[in-house]
Design a protein around this ligand. Structure first.
Ligand code: F6P
Length: 750
């Protein structure tokens, strides 16, 4: 209704403008015609009375001349007439002739110079304003033989033209008004009728009716959307935020409570032997674990992972199984044992020296060795076997995680053809030119296309993947559906931006912000009025840690008042340290930190504090809560969950996030201060702005980011994939039933 009103208003305004424009044009044109017409009439009248005029003029009979002028001005539109001598003296004029129109006003136009020959004289007309309104005066030369006697002026009253214009204006306004009304009514009625037609047709189609051809292109999209909305709304009847309970309800309602089996290289709980001979549980520094562990706690099932902890074998049963989380036992962790050679080739080699640099734009060359590739294939097979042992039906729901398992989806599809395989790629997917440098690119893409659903963080990475398929594989790409059909099997390729649990489990046990701040400041030896920046990462070259420290250095160069006051603490978990590139990074980060400290440190002040060690989540949360600013400077990052964790840790709504725009998170957390980490001027300015940001602004920004992460939390991420998977399963089951029926019918007549 509001839209219809808006349309009618626009139509009326448009037509009013049109009316105005049209009337201006019409009046200008008709006015020109009228004026020409009056000039012509005046010339004709003078020419008709020329003989009489000439005779009286030459004889000097002014009284008689006046009579002729009265005859000329008998026409009701002629107001008056006058006769002027060549020297511009008035010879005679009728009583109504307007006195301001003296002969001198016409002279220069009618006779070019006082002694111009008769042939050079011309008539001339003009509109004048005189008391009482506008008049049109035409001066016409009176020629006798080759002698110019003077000129006669005929003055027309223009009020009749104005009267005509007013009538025309009224008529035009009425006509256009009527037209506007008619057009509005016809448009609104037509729009309503066609909208009703469309919505009736859509309703009929959604209920399963047969589609008319013009509806077919978007019918599937509409059905998908309706199903998704209905599924999300009906999942638990609660709506609102996604919670563990809502995810559980989704699973039981749409997937009949089926367990999920997750496969990820990294295990959520690592058992490590301590120097004292005991065993401790370590939570790995991994975005993947941060995201998926709460999902597993909500869904239950099995997490299949590489058992890499020094005490892992001692804490699992003979099949490598144990219940986790310790003390809670929500799900099963199934550990897969790898030999050091297998781990070297599959994890360090192909995954982290090959695929990792291949997928990240961070100026590191991928290394592809055939022995690493063999180990990668073999370990993917080993995990496929482990998964097959863990499933309890022939159509399980399998969640395959990350670049360590590109071949696994196809291996699982071969072993369990009816399985629903949801694969999520946690890192960026490169463009096909870059991806093309991998010697086993076809195998990788084909392996991933064993999945029912293949998820990336962003549409951009989905597009890169589809381009890669297009370039390197014989497959059909359905861009409308964002799907690939390869070897007769469909894979939906969709963006599912990953997130974290909300509210964070670690937050519940975290001390209040003031206590965290006091404790961290004490630990670091900072004064009460110090300013604290924090960075939390695995020591990885994609995280831009060197660039981060350089930005701190630039900040202290530019803002001397911050020297002695601002400290940046970097919690850096050592990672993949047997790879030379990572060892080099360790040294480089140390070197930059030492240099910045050498430049700006004093006896009681160190600008950069590098804590190179694994930190358990409670410590990390304490630092998040103590900091004034958190700087995430990734050079390229699929999502980056540190940014979201920092936001979740700040229930006091304070603290500023400075975020590289090369992270997936930057697309969602738009209230962070977004920077190019390579640009040290920009990054250091953002840090300065963050440290000076008024509390009100901090609150506004943090509040908006918290609302976003709360809504788009990891339960929603998992829920959306599971709902999509459920829909796919329903479709496949229906298609299976249909093809069985067709097979039976074909067999029956025989
Ligand atoms: O970003 C890719 C990723 O696998 C993350 O999912 C995870 O946080 C990180 O790398 C951990 O790496 P790793 O398991 O090699 O320590």
């Amino acid at each position: 209704m509001r839209q219809a009103l808006r349309f009618v208003l626009a139509l009326v305004v448009g037509l009013a403008l049109l009316t105005w424009g049209a009337s201006v044009l019409v009046f200008r044109t008709t006015r020109t015609w009228f004026e020409r017409d009056m000039q012509l009439r005046a010339e004709l009248a003078v020419s008709g009375g020329r003989e009489a005029l000439a005779a009286r003029w030459a004889a000097g009979q002014n009284g008689e001349l006046l009579k002729v002028l009265l005859t000329l001005s008998r026409d009701e539109r002629v107001l008056g007439a006058a006769a002027c001598d060549p020297d511009l003296r008035l010879r005679a004029r009728t009583s109504a002739y307007p006195p301001p129109l003296e002969c001198a006003r016409f002279g220069a136009h009618v006779r070019p110079t006082p002694d111009s020959p008769a042939l050079a004289w011309t008539s001339w007309a003009q509109v004048f304003s005189v008391p009482g309104g506008q008049v049109h005066a035409t001066a016409v030369p009176v020629i006798d033989g080759d002698r110019a006697l003077g000129f006669a002026v005929l003055v027309h009253d223009l009020s009749f033209v104005e009267r005509r214009e007013a009538t025309t204006r009224r008529f035009l306004a009425g006509a256009f008004g009527l037209l506007a009304l008619l057009a509005s009514v016809v448009t609104v009625v037509a729009a309503r009728m066609s909208w009703r037609g469309w919505s009736d047709e859509l309703r009929r189609l959604i209920r399963g009716g047969k589609a008319r051809p013009e509806f077919r292109p978007f019918l599937r999209d509409v059905r998908d959307l309706v199903e998704r909305l209905a599924a999300e709304r009906e999942a638990d009847g609660l709506g609102g935020l996604w919670t563990p309970q809502r995810l559980k309800n989704t699973l039981s309602r749409h997937l009949h409570g089926e367990r999920v089996v997750i496969v990820a290289n990294r295990e959520p709980y690592v058992h490590q032997r301590t120097p004292e001979g005991g065993v401790e549980v370590v939570h790995p520094a991994s975005g993947l674990v941060t995201a998926l562990e709460p999902v597993m706690r909500a869904c239950s099932g099995v997490w299949v992972a590489h058992g890499g902890g020094s005490a892992d074998r001692d804490t699992a049963d003979a099949r490598g199984r144990l219940h986790v989380p310790p003390g809670e036992k929500s799900y099963v962790l199934r550990r897969v044992w790898l030999t050091p050679e297998e781990e070297k080739g599959y994890y360090y080699g192909f995954s982290n020296e090959g695929l990792w640099p291949l997928c990240h734009i961070a100026d590191n060359r991928p290394v592809f060795r055939v022995e690493d590739w063999r180990a990668y294939q073999e370990v993917n097979r080993r995990f496929a076997d482990a998964v097959t042992q863990e499933v309890d039906s022939d159509d399980p729901i399998l969640l395959v995680q990350d670049y360590h398992f590109a071949l696994l989806p196809r291996m699982l599809r071969e072993r369990l053809p009816r399985a629903t395989v949801i694969t999520f790629w946690h890192i960026p997917w490169p463009n096909s030119e870059r991806f093309g440098i991998c010697p086993w690119r076809e195998e990788l893409v084909s392996g991933l296309l064993g999945s029912s659903i293949l998820g990336f963080h962003t549409q951009f990475h989905c597009n890169n993947f589809l381009d890669g398929v297009d370039r390197f594989l014989e497959a059909r790409i359905d861009r409308d559906q964002s799907a690939v059909v390869h070897q007769g099997q469909w894979t939906l390729v969709r963006p599912y931006p990953i997130s974290i649990e909300w509210p964070s489990g670690w937050l519940q046990s975290a001390p209040p912000v003031a206590e965290c701040r006091a404790a961290v400041f004490r630990e670091l030896g900072l004064a009460e009025d110090a300013l604290l920046g924090v960075g939390v990462d695995r020591l990885d070259y994609t995280k831009g840690i060197e660039e981060r420290l350089l930005a701190v250095e630039r900040l202290l160069e530019r803002s001397p008042e911050l020297r002695g006051r601002f400290t940046f603490v970097q919690l850096a978990a050592p990672s993949r340290t047997i790879i030379p590139e990572y060892r080099r990074l360790n040294e480089e980060v140390e070197r930059v930190a030492a240099r910045v400290n050498a430049r700006f440190a004093t006896d009681s002040y160190r600008p950069v504090i590098l804590k190179r060690a694994h930190h358990e989540p409670p410590t990390v949360f304490r630092y998040y809560r103590a900091a004034d600013v958190c700087y995430v400077s990734s050079l390229h990052d699929g999502m980056n969950l540190v940014a979201k964790e920092f936001v979740s840790a700040r229930d006091d709504e304070m603290g500023v996030l400075v975020l590289s725009h090369f992270t997936g998170a930057a697309r969602e957390l738009t209230e962070a201060l977004s920077v190019n980490p390579y640009d040290l001027e920009e990054a250091s300015s953002a840090l300065a702005a963050a440290l000076a940001m008024p509390r009100d602004e901090q609150r506004d920004r943090m509040r908006a980011m918290r609302a976003l992460v709360a809504e788009f939390n990891v339960y929603r991420w998992a829920g959306r994939m599971l709902v999509d998977a459920a829909r796919l399963r329903r479709r496949e089951r229906l298609a299976g039933r249909l093809s069985r029926r067709i097979d039976n019918e074909i067999e029956a007549p025989a």
